[in-house]
Design a protein around this ligand. Structure first.
Ligand code: PXP
Length: 252
């Protein structure tokens, strides 16, 4: 069986976080997107949050207009974000939950519990030709609800796996990994395209990259943080190497 290729979407939100700490134009997330495009990233992911803590509306427009890679526009399922996303017209939109007080996207979207609320947003985006993905926890009811919503893609939230790899025992890591693996298998068997992301690092990426049903990883915080030490180009190249080695069975 030929293995599906695995793409890397680089989430550049935290370049904007650093920029906004000073309020000026530097460092420019669009320049970061250009750089990662030149060293093998397959897509750009950016999250326009309601509080605009990192990406700003104009960043999203510039990423769409100036960068030659597919833009994955992460957003909450709100009327405000829907309007902006329909104006920007990115390649893809990823619907995520958003709580004002959270530091980052803490859990998956409850597509099972909020079906009626999410359905019209999915429909409007799809009608505009924007590929929709739903960022969900690796749980069967969420995958089944995602399927019934008609979105073609799910992104599995790997945050619990990350937490396990950061601080707990091999059993716990294996249990969290198994949830990701069986969820990817189930989603693929239902005809959904499977992505994954959150908390992936050089240390924990390879088991996830080796899951054959997963075709895209979206990675941000670690890449931008590690670029302080390695430089952004080197860190992206190294992440892609680890992903490809795991995929082809080389190093992992
Ligand atoms: N995918 C989605 C849907 C996200 O919201 C995020 C950011 O939380 C990521 C991927 C990237 O996560 P991280 O920055 O931890 O790599």
């Amino acid at each position: 069986m030929t293995k599906k290729p695995l793409r890397l979407g680089v989430n550049i939100d935290h370049v904007a976080t650093i920029r906004n700490a000073r309020g000026g134009p530097h460092p420019d997330p669009v320049r970061a997107a250009e750089l990662v495009a030149s060293v093998g990233a397959d897509g750009i992911t950016a999250h326009l949050r309601g509080d605009r803590r990192h990406m700003l509306d104009d960043d999203m427009r510039r990423l769409q207009n100036e960068i030659d890679l597919p833009l994955n526009f992460e957003m909450a399922a709100t009327a405000e974000m829907l309007k902006i996303c329909l104006e920007v017209r990115p390649h893809a939109a990823c619907l995520v939950p958003e709580n004002r007080e959270e530091r980052t996207t803490e859990g998956g979207l409850d597509v099972a519990g909020q079906h009626n609320f999410i359905a019209p947003v999915v429909r409007e985006l799809m009608d505009a030709g924007i590929r929709v993905s739903l960022f969900i926890d690796p749980e069967t009811p969420q995958i089944e609800a995602a399927k019934s919503l008609g979105a073609p893609v799910i992104e599995i939230h790997t945050g619990a796996y990350y937490e396990a790899t950061a601080s707990t025992t091999p059993d716990r890591i294996q249990a969290e990994f198994d949830k990701i693996k069986s969820s990817a298998e189930l989603a693929d068997s239902l005809g959904l395209e499977v992505h994954a992301g959150h908390g992936l690092t050089f240390h924990n990426v390879q088991p996830v990259a080796a899951i054959p049903q997963i075709v895209e990883l979206n990675i941000g915080h670690f890449l931008i943080g590690e670029s302080v030490f390695m430089g952004l180009a080197e860190v992206v190249k190294q992440m892609k190497r680890l992903m490809q080695d795991a995929r082809t069975g080389g190093m992992y």
